[in-house]
Ligand binder design. Structure first.
Ligand SMILES: [Mg+2]
Ligand SMILES: [Zn+2]
Length: 224
């Protein structure tokens, strides 16, 4: 068994990468990058680690949006990120409704565990950036370092964290601020040692496939 030296940076989607909408992002026309996101992703891409989006998309399970539309939104998102020199290596999402009791809807850590298994990640070395306590709880459940951004639902969730006694997370203004802190941590701890595997070319495609496979698996789990 080889020692897993590869960390990842997990990103929640809504409220971190793009504007959160109270009526949900149901089409590409409703998807709007938050200010500074693309710049932040470009600098994050310098790390030799997978960048993995982990998102709750119960809009699918609720029949509000089709899986095809969600995949299309992600394809377009990835193309724009790549066009500015960034990358997202995998997009994993939970399509289930809250009442389905799946193991992948955050705060459950199922998406993180699946990514760790598929990409051979060391979760204890990894980071998760989210705007909700459910993100923080998922990260805490598997020993990832959580960062709560103030964008999206962040401000309200910080207040809620005191009430609910959720702690152990760092607060950042936005994705750019969170990425800046991670880059500093990496530099200080020299995590980016040569033994870390570099992500091979084509990982984005592989990642996308992973996202879809994972999703199909979940859908069949949900049906079965
Ligand atoms: Mg969110
Ligand atoms: Zn799920």
């Amino acid at each position: 068994m080889t020692k897993l030296t590869r960390a990842a940076v997990f990103l929640d989607r809504d409220g971190v990468i793009n504007y959160n909408r109270f009526d949900h992002v149901k089409s590409w026309s409703e998807f709007e990058f938050l200010p500074g996101t693309l710049q932040a992703l470009r600098s994050l891409a310098q790390l030799p680690w997978p960048i993995v989006v982990v998102s709750n998309q119960a809009v699918i399970g609720r029949g509000l949006v089709s899986q095809t539309t969600i995949d299309d939104i992600h394809d377009r998102m990835l193309r724009i990120v790549e066009a500015v020199g960034g990358r997202i290596d995998a997009v994993l999402y939970c399509p289930h409704r809250h009442d389905e009791g799946c193991s992948c809807r955050k705060p459950s850590p199922g998406l993180l565990l699946r990514a760790a298994y598929e990409l051979q990640l060391n979760l204890a070395m990894s980071y998760l950036i989210g705007d909700a306590l459910t993100d923080i709880l998922a990260a805490n459940a598997v020993g990832c370092q959580p960062i709560l951004v103030k964008t999206g639902r962040g401000q309200e969730q910080i207040r809620l964290s005191a009430v609910q006694g959720v702690n152990g997370f760092r607060v950042a203004d936005d994705l750019g601020d969170a990425v800046h802190w991670i880059m500093q941590q990496v530099a200080e701890h020299q995590f980016a040692t040569p033994e870390l595997e570099l992500i091979e070319g084509g990982s984005t495609l592989r990642g996308l496939k992973l996202g879809k496979q994972a999703h199909e698996q979940e859908m069949s789990d949900a049906r079965g």
